[in-house]
Write a new protein. Sequence first.
Length: 209
Amino acid sequence: MKDASKEERKRQIAQAAYTVLEKKGFSGASMLAIAKAAKASNETLYRWYGDKIGLFSELVASNAEEVRTQLERELEAKESPLEILGNVGPMLLSVLVGERAIALNRAAAADGTGQLGKAIAKAGRDTIAPLIVQTLLRARDLGELAFEDEHHAAGLYLDLLVGDMQIRRAIGQLPCPSHDEIHKRANTALEQLCALLSPPARALVLTPS
């Protein structure tokens, strides 16, 4: 199978997996049920993904891919770090509280093995957070932010950005936010971060006349 055809087939399988997950929950989302929904062979799914955890782990990685790629691209281009956060913040929040991420988090909660939760952490926070740390360190180097612990600073930014929105979405207590709500919250999070980590004013040095 050509690469383009395989990628298209994987997109169809991913869509089928989310559909089955929504209808049957994680325990009912068997490889056979997903294969039937995708009009694919069960053998193909096992050959490509190994097992159900492998399939859903790939969905997790795919869900975070756009944000990771955008962060890496802007860091490589040496864009302004605060502009990077301004660009990526809405994208990241949209992914974290979007329907697919919420479905995967609910599935992880139902996975007694804990494997899917580990996959979410690896493809999500463990992948994105180090890139945010790089961005914040660059902002500190440029004198735009001041902090001692970069990991604490990254955690602060994520807390300001996401807060309890993801858990409230997962338990059905919050509807999916609109595009405008996403951008407003992301902008507010960045403004609050800049206010909390604002560099101290430099002392004015007077030279004798």
